[in-house]
Design a protein around this ligand. Structure first.
Ligand code: PMP
Length: 387
């Protein structure tokens, strides 16, 4: 694998060899006993990873956007009031999506790099009779991390359902869905969950399932309708064959393997490892004189970093050079500042060696681009943080 480069974008990420090997097993029938067992195991393990033992897990063929779509279309009826709390690109996507289902959306947008303050969210919840709020745990366009706990509690206080877009956080950032009272936590396979792209995943609270059961109108999205999928998830968990749409058999088997690896590490250890790697990146970037989008450590993600290019360095040049050094990074995504920053994913199987190799590639590339800073400052700071 001499030509292999280290994939350090915020999804898809580097996957564990056992996961890739599980993915490459011969495809079985979707009602084969072994597959039924794998699907059931994956559903059960999701609830452990999400820390939501009483929730209803869903595993769908699709991407994270489908998970957003499924949660919205099942919980929203025409005219329902929804508060969208946005910290970047994916908050805007949620608002756009909700409007398609007839939601009456109020949009709270943070300043770039910051979060929406809790008192502003609470003032808004006091003002109107909201049915639902959505928020993004880590907006992948800004690397801003929102603390879900107080927002989950606020939603409960005002009897509003809550959806957490955890696409860039689940299995990386700390989430305690049940304890924090969050109704839906959704994600996609290709990020910290550690499975190649193609699965939309979520766990739904008992309360949200109850609200869905009491709908007055049919779910507007046929494919996503829980009427079609709930019996399938229940059958797989009970060990029985069932069919609505053909599941992504190989991806589900790979998911079972990845969830086993995640739980073997343990959620607390996994959260701590992500924090440590993120700190190493933050310290290294700071030491190299690079400013990041999140305005403080408190609102910085553990799963990715988003540094601005320093003066005199252009994005295309830097990313191409980093690539030559053997590491793949991502460019900017937030339209307003897209060309001013880049993104480093550090989630899932990330270890010390990946972290140091990435920082080293950035450091060498900045030097080659003519940016002046102390030799080895990034690596030194990262090593200190990691030791
Ligand atoms: N939400 C967030 C926070 C994301 O990072 C992404 C993907 N980058 C999505 C939603 C959409 O997921 P997908 O690309 O799998 O549809």
């Amino acid at each position: 694998m001499k030509s292999r480069k280290l994939l350090m974008i915020p999804g898809p990420i580097e996957f564990e060899p056992e996961v890739l090997s599980a993915l490459g097993q011969p495809t079985t029938s979707h009602v084969a006993p072994n597959f039924i067992q794998s699907f059931g195991n994956a559903l059960r393990m999701m609830k452990e990873v999400w820390l939501a033992p009483k929730g209803q897990a869903f595993i769908m063929a699709g991407t994270g956007t489908l998970a957003m779509d499924m949660a919205a279309s099942n919980l929203i009826e025409k005219g329902d009031k929804v508060l969208v709390i946005s910290t970047g690109y994916f908050g805007s996507r949620y608002a756009e999506l909700l409007v398609r289902y007839g939601a009456d959306v109020t949009f709270l947008q943070s300043e770039i790099g910051d979060i929406v303050p809790l008192d502003i969210i609470e003032d808004e919840l006091k003002k109107d009779d909201y049915k639902l709020l959505t928020f993004t745990h880590v907006d992948t366009s800004t690397a801003v991390m929102v603390d879900p706990k107080p927002i989950g509690k606020l939603a409960q206080k005002y009897n509003v359902l809550s959806i957490l877009d955890g696409v860039c956080s689940v299995a990386g950032e700390e989430i305690r869905q049940e304890e924090w009272g969050i109704d839906v936590v959704l994600t996609a396979s290709q990020k910290a969950v550690g499975v190649p792209p193609g699965l939309a995943l979520m766990v739904v609270s008992e309360k949200a399932m109850e609200v869905w059961k009491n709908r007055k109108t049919p779910v507007a999205n046929y494919y996503s309708d829980w009427n079609n999928w709930l019996p399938i998830m229940q059958a797989y968990e009970a060990g029985n064959p069932s069919y609505f749409g053909t599941p992504a058999v190989n991806l589900v088997v790979a998911l079972e393997k990845s969830l086993e690896i995640i739980l073997k590490e343990g959620m607390e250890a996994r959260f701590a490892r992500h924090q440590l790697m993120a700190e190493a990146f933050r310290e290294a970037l700071k030491a190299m004189g690079l400013k990041s989008i999140p305005i403080s450590e408190e609102v910085s993600a553990a799963t990715l970093s988003a540094p601005y290019y320093p003066e005199g360095i252009t994005g295309a040049q830097l990313l191409a050079q980093v690539n030559k050094e053997g590491v793949i990074l991502a460019g900017g995504l937030l339209p307003e500042i897209k060309n001013n920053y880049f993104r480093i994913g550090h989630m899932g199987s990330i270890n010390r060696a990946d972290t140091l190799a990435t920082i080293s590639a950035i450091e060498v590339s900045l030097k080659k681009g003519g940016y002046i800073f102390e030799d080895g400052a990034g690596i030194k700071a990262a090593q200190k943080a990691l030791s």
